[in-house]
Design a protein around this ligand. Structure first.
Ligand code: NIG
Ligand code: FE
Length: 423
């Protein structure tokens, strides 16, 4: 059949499947051996989904006589799943580079926040910005992420806090979801900070009574699609009780729970997330032992953010303990004005060096498990027949180079392919 298939990637030195063998994530035992094919080819159909993966000679015979829109010779190169970034705040205006100097001089994240900087600074600038301006800078950031190998990214609102600006941010995310090649999981994060002049309880009431009903209405009309609900559960921000109320109401309107917890202080956020059936909890530097066990039992994934712990010189999240207890560990860049990092290869490198993860653990955390954290691992996060054709090709004969190399990945990552399309 002429032109029946879109893309043939031929004879790669290594194809790393990150195959979930019927499960929707990789944890503890499954992580001990990542399936890697040597001398293999991969076919993506015109519909953007993977049609075949196997030894190069077998694929050649199977597809002999068929034509492809594009053939890429992958000799000496490796094919890996497209990277999944499970936590970002990429829509905002204003510049916070000056805060980096303050932090280097010893100011803590919360000192800057309480003095009206941090999130509040970005909220003011984002409220003033036009939708078009926000979209343009967001688009540029997404392009940087794609160049670094990301093909699916979670994107939060949360620099509006008021309904009008939160909706403006969500419309910007929706436009990107419809117009751009990168996959997007949209998160409503109206509880990112308590607006000036309000208590956490009053802010939670406003979210529950005004924001969430509006989101439900816009979702029903097909105007804005939101996947997840997030709250910054932290001492001096949203306490456990307000967090519980907001997340439960979000779940009631069909959103997946995916929130910031146990970052700067132990809050019992992990225990709460496990109880509410959260899909994911991020940060977890201060998680308790009981919280770790509860998350493993509830199959609630841990989205670890090595950039934040590094930038703010926090104690590292206990990745080893989580992995040993069977928690589904995922990774995110936490791209935001505080942690200005677009690159999941850098994130994996930091996770290995600072959090003592192995390279297979880091790769699974940045692919299949990050897709799980977004509720998308049935279609994303691994190279398996029937899954979406999201993948990267690196110019190295060993896949580990993607993690081993510290920076400068644009030279290493030769192709980024989303839904079978070279981007
Ligand atoms: O995940 N912790 C809360 N939110 C972000 C920081 C946002 C900001 O500082 O603008 C985070 O690190
Ligand atoms: Fe965050």
């Amino acid at each position: 059949m002429a032109g029946g298939h879109s893309l043939l990637l031929e004879n790669a030195q290594q194809v790393v499947l990150v195959c979930s063998r019927g499960e929707r994530f990789l944890a503890r035992d499954a992580l001990r051996s990542l399936a890697v094919l040597e001398g293999a080819s991969l076919v993506v159909g015109k519909d953007g989904f993977i049609k075949a993966i196997g030894p190069a000679d077998v694929i050649r015979r199977q597809f002999s006589g068929e034509t492809f829109e594009e053939i890429i010779d992958c000799s000496g190169k490796c094919i890996l799943p497209g990277l999944v970034d499970a936590h970002t705040h990429p829509v905002w205006a204003g510049e916070r580079v000056h805060e980096f100097a303050m932090k280097l001089a010893g100011a803590t994240y919360m000192e800057i926040h309480q003095a009206g900087g941090g999130i509040h600074f970005t909220v003011e600038r984002t409220r003033q910005a036009s939708e078009e301006e926000l979209f343009r800078s967001f688009q540029q950031r997404l392009q940087c992420m794609m160049k670094a190998g990301t093909t699916l990214v979670e994107c939060k609102s949360g620099y509006g806090l008021d309904l009008e600006t939160e909706l403006k941010m969500l419309r910007v995310i929706e436009r990107a979801r419809r117009e751009l090649d990168i996959g997007i999981s949209a998160t409503y994060c109206g509880a990112h900070s308590v607006p000036k002049g309000k208590t956490a309880t009053e802010a939670a009431d406003d979210i529950i009574n005004n924001h969430l009903p509006k989101l439900k209405e816009l979702g029903r009309n097909g105007e804005i699609h939101v996947d997840n609900i997030d709250v910054f559960c932290e001492k001096g921000v949203f306490d456990l009780d307000s967090t519980r109320r907001i997340l439960q109401h979000g779940k009631d309107i069909g959103l997946q729970i995916n929130f910031h917890g146990d970052e700067l202080h132990p809050m019992k956020a992990a225990e709460l997330g496990a109880e509410l059936g959260a899909q994911a909890i991020s940060h977890l530097e201060e998680v308790s032992d009981e919280g770790i066990v509860a998350m493993a039992t509830a199959r609630c994934s841990a989205v670890l953010l090595p950039t934040t712990a590094y930038m703010l010189r926090l104690k590292q999240p206990r990745a080893r303990k989580m992995l040993d207890e069977g928690v589904i560990v995922a990774l995110g860049s936490d791209f935001n004005p505080n942690a200005y990092c677009f690159s999941m290869p850098m994130v994996m490198h930091l996770a290995c060096v600072n959090m003592r993860m192995s390279m297979p653990e880091a790769l699974a955390a940045a692919t299949i498990n990050a897709a799980y954290a977004l509720g998308k691992s049935h279609t994303h996060g691994s190279l398996e027949v029937g899954k979406q054709g999201d993948l990267i090709i690196i110019n190295s004969s060993r896949w580990e180079h993607l993690i081993y190399q510290f920076g400068g990945h644009h030279e290493l990552i030769e192709y980024v392919i989303a839904k079978g399309k070279v981007i």
